[in-house]
Structure formats: C-alpha cells, structure tokens
Ligand binder design. Structure first.
Ligand code: HEM
Length: 162
C-alpha cells in the first residue's frame, strides 16, 4: 500500500493554480504517497477544479476501490493481456513510487533488480510468519524515506536455506 518514498516534491516556477488553489511562484508542492487515496478514500474533487490536462488525461490511469485501500492485495496490479494471460499493469492505479518525468528516480531499474534479488533470497531462506496483531500495522515514520515501525510478517530461518 504505502511507498518507500512518502512524497514527491515539485517547486512552482511560476504563479499557478492547483485544484482551484492559488500557488505562488517559489512554493514547494508535496505530492503525498500516503494518507487519503492510499490509506483512506480520496478527497472529493470537483471536476471544474481540475486543470484541462487533468480532465483530458482521465481514464489513462486506473483507480482503486476506496473500500479496500488498506488491504495488501498485490493482484490489484494484475490484468489479463491480449492472449488471456495474467500481466502486470503499471497503470492499474494512481501510484508514483518512483516519481515521474525528467526528475523521476534515477535508480528505478536498479531498484527493480534489487527487489527481485531480495524477494528471491527471502523466499529461499525464510518462512514468513505472522506478527501478533498488536504489532501488525503499516505504522511508520515518514522521513526522507518511510521507516516502518511495525510489520505484518516476521522472518524465520529455514534449515536448508542458501
Ligand atoms: C525502492 C527503491 C527506490 C524508490 C522507491 C525510489 C524513489 C524515488 C523517488 C520517489 C524519487 C523522486 C522522483 C521525483 O521527484 O519525481 C527518487 C529520486 C532519485 N532516486 Fe530513487 N528510489 C529508489 C531507489 C533508488 C536507487 C537504487 C538509486 C540509485 C542507484 C536511486 C537514485 C535516485 C536519484 C539520483 C534520484 C534523484 C533524481 C533527480 O532528482 O533527478 N533511487 N527516487
């Protein structure tokens, strides 16, 4: 659900308007990857407050069911491709894990590779056990990156790991 990086930041280089709010030149705008739309339903936004480009871009990115946002459900990213096979759809929902555009994450490809390696090593070497319910949550401290305070799984070494 939540992201390694809690926010993507952009600085307004001109006076502008975002969702009906006047933003003076020089203001830092934080695009949050937590809170509403991630842990709770999104704020309602009147269509007239959206920019023209926002309105015409509608439908290019999917949206999540606001009722199950808090659930770990990785299959929300899976769609069926032309040949009827399950396929990963990076546009299935509104996520900016690695930011976007010319200042998007420089290390994205490397991070993908790292994550594959971590997951394989974890699956080879550990069993995933449940954590007692009082310690199970997405609770975290958001700094430059998100630092979890609790987790839903604990790792137990397996005998014949590598
Ligand atoms: C899961 C791992 C990672 C996540 C979630 C992540 C996420 C992000 C995000 C959200 C940004 C800001 C993008 C924006 O403002 O549009 C960023 C920027 C950046 N990331 Fe990553 N990152 C990850 C791993 C890495 C790795 C492994 C490297 C280097 C090897 C890296 C190098 C950078 C650099 C250099 C920038 C600044 C790009 C710029 O401002 O031009 N990141 N990252």
């Amino acid at each position: 659900v939540s992201l390694t990086s809690p926010t993507v930041i952009r600085n307004a280089v001109v006076d502008t308007v975002v969702l009906g709010h006047h933003i003076p030149k020089g203001t830092d705008i934080f695009i949050m990857s937590n809170g509403p739309d991630f842990f709770s339903p999104p704020f309602p936004i009147a269509e007239k407050d959206r920019s023209e480009s926002s309105q015409t871009a509608k439908g290019r990115i999917g949206s999540w069911d606001p009722q199950d946002l808090q659930n770990f459900r990785p299959e929300r990213w899976i769609t069926v491709d032309d040949e009827g096979r399950d396929a990963y759809d990076s546009t299935a929902g509104p996520m900016l894990s690695f930011g976007l555009g010319p200042r998007g994450c420089f290390g994205k490809r490397m991070a993908y590779l790292d994550l594959r390696i971590y997951i394989v090593l974890i699956v080879w070497n550990f069993e995933l056990q449940k954590v007692p319910v009082e310690f199970s949550s997405y609770g975290a401290e958001d700094k430059m990156t998100r630092q979890p305070q609790q987790a839903f799984v604990r790792l137990e070494s397996v005998k014949n790991g590598i």
